[in-house]
Design a protein around this ligand. Structure first.
Ligand code: SAH
Ligand code: SF4
Ligand code: F3S
Length: 492
């Protein structure tokens, strides 16, 4: 009988938060994974085919990395990974940074209910940042009764246990923690790309920018020990990964919570020194903590990517103050100019919020001024979205018409700069990592340069994961078409 209760009921010995050590917790989850695997094997017998799973990711790189962990667990439990949401176990790993992220999830959940009607074995789980918000959980419970499992960001490492209980027939499980000091990172991972990987270095955020929900849904900042990080990088390299991206909400404050730990720049040096690693990226640095030492590491270490994503948010000192960003327009400009002068081959990208409460046309002029002066290689521009419980949500909103006008101005300036910066690369020969087949053009592959620019070039699937010297022939404004050049050509 599948929908049993006895063995499926949670064992109370294990439910207390923080009761078990991280090692004991890992072993415990391993055990649950084995039990879940038995359930999946039984299900396979029953339905006469291998059960499938699908994890859909919303949001940032951190969520993408979490999804790889979820897929690793599902794969080890015996599921076949599918791209289709018409699967036997579907997880939505959600983002709540802006309201449209929430709405996308609610919209798509509706579609899942149709699949579930025709597949009685289907299980639906929702996890990630959205579920750390009580309002969202209430709505899920009330209007989406076919969701079998809801869990949060702090207890993701308990997914094997939740999976097992769900497979045993427990219904409408809600497993949420308000926070955790724990980092349990020993579960299996199913990497999306064989040649590149994210590596978490910190979790959570302590900055409390007044518009941002991340500190509330991801909790206080916690660093992983550098030993663990380096061990993970070595394992990844041994497994064929050549590019890593060090992930955290504010990577420059890495280690501040661990006495005697390496600084972020030193960590970068050590990661570069791992044999087999050819490129090191990081996401995201905060301008207030960006040190000269980090600039030095990027200058000296060719493996450090020629790309810095430096979120500006606004060019107006007054808006920055109200955002609690803790730098001024002048400080941001000084840092950006230092990067441009000391690291002339490094691309700079940024994030900009338009329509923060109280923003005037003069504030937008300041933003446009910084964009023009730094001339970003690219920028993500967002319309401000009030998030419940954040300080900015109770500030006076900007009229919509004004926001749209400002947004148009900012976007136009960003695009003009991006084109200008891209055009400077014409004719250069640079190293690209071939990432995938080109989806638009048969017989082409797409490579990423160290500076994050994409280049399409003739090629086939056998080239994926390889590094090639590529001549940038045709400028298409934001990307290139190019050709591989041989050593001789590139020297001559
Ligand atoms: N930790 C990173 C970014 C995390 S969120 C940093 O400090 O830069 C990614 C981006 O989403 C932010 O840089 C910001 O531009 C945008 N963002 C965050 N909250 C937002 C909100 N309430 N409305 C609109 N954009 C927001
Ligand atoms: Fe949000 Fe600010 Fe933390 Fe980035 S640094 S995650 S924008 S609070
Ligand atoms: Fe979104 Fe959570 Fe990332 S809110 S941006 S998925 S940390």
């Amino acid at each position: 009988m599948r929908a049993g209760s006895g063995a499926g009921r949670r064992n109370d010995r294990f439910t207390e938060r923080g009761e078990t050590s991280d090692r004991a917790e890992s072993l415990r989850q391993e055990e649950y994974l084995q039990r879940a695997a038995q359930e999946v094997a039984d299900l396979e017998q029953e339905i006469g085919r291998r059960p499938t799973c699908c994890v859909t990711t919303f949001g940032c790189q951190m969520n993408a990395r979490d999804s790889e962990k979820l897929l690793g667990i599902l794969r080890r439990a015996g599921y076949a990974i599918s791209e289709s949401e018409d699967a036997d176990f579907v997880i939505y790993n959600t983002c709540t940074v802006r309201d449209n992220a929430d709405q996308r999830v609610f919209g798509r959940l509706g579609r899942l209910s149709h699949y579930k009607k025709s597949n009685p074995h289907m299980k639906i789980a929702v996890c990630g940042c959205m579920t750390q918000e009580q309002g969202n959980v209430d709505r899920l419970r009330k209007s989406y009764p076919y969701v079998d499992l809801i869990f949060g960001t702090h207890n993701l490492f308990r997914f094997p246990e939740y999976l097992y209980r769900c497979l045993r027939g427990e219904k409408r499980m809600v497993e949420l923690w308000e926070g955790t000091g724990r980092i349990v990172e020993t579960l299996p991972v199913e990497r999306r790309y064989p040649y590149k990987s994210g590596v978490n270095i910190t979790f959570g955020c302590d900055n409390f920018c007044t518009y941002c929900i991340v500190p509330y849904v991801r909790g206080r900042e916690r660093s992983r020990s550098s030993e663990e990080i380096l061990e993970e990088v070595r394992r990844l390299a041994a497994d064929g990964v050549t590019e890593v991206m060090l992930l955290g909400q504010n990577v420059n404050s890495y280690g501040h919570d661990l006495p005697g730990e390496l600084s972020f720049p030193e960590l970068c040096r050590r990661v570069c020194a791992v044999e087999g690693i050819r490129r090191v990226r990081f996401m995201t640095p905060h301008p207030k903590d960006f040190s000269d030492e980090l600039l030095e590491v990027i200058r000296e270490e060719p493996k450090m990517a020629r790309h810095i994503h430096l979120p500006m948010q606004s060019g107006s000192t007054e808006i920055l103050r109200r955002m609690n960003r803790r730098y001024t327009k002048e400080q941001y400009l000084a840092l950006a100019e230092k990067i441009r002068t000391r690291l002339p081959d490094v691309a700079m990208t940024t994030d900009i919020i338009v329509g923060f409460p109280g923003e005037t046309p003069a504030d937008v002029e300041d933003t446009l001024d910084v964009i023009r002066r730094v001339c970003f290689d690219n920028a993500y521009t967002f319309i401000y979205s009030p998030r419940r419980g954040t300080p900015a949500a109770s500030m006076e909103p900007v009229p919509e018409a004004q926001i749209h006008e400002s947004f148009g101005q900012v976007l136009a300036q960003v695009q003009a700069c991006a084109r200008e910066r891209c055009s400077r690369l014409a004719g250069q020969v640079l190293e690209g990592l071939v990432e995938e087949l080109n989806t638009q053009e048969a017989g082409y592959v797409t490579a990423r340069l160290s500076n994050n620019t994409l280049v399409h070039l003739p090629g086939d699937a056998s080239m994926i994961g390889q590094y090639h010297r590529i001549r940038l022939d045709e400028d298409h404004g934001f990307y290139y078409f190019g050709q591989i050049v041989t050593e001789q050509e590139s020297n001559g």
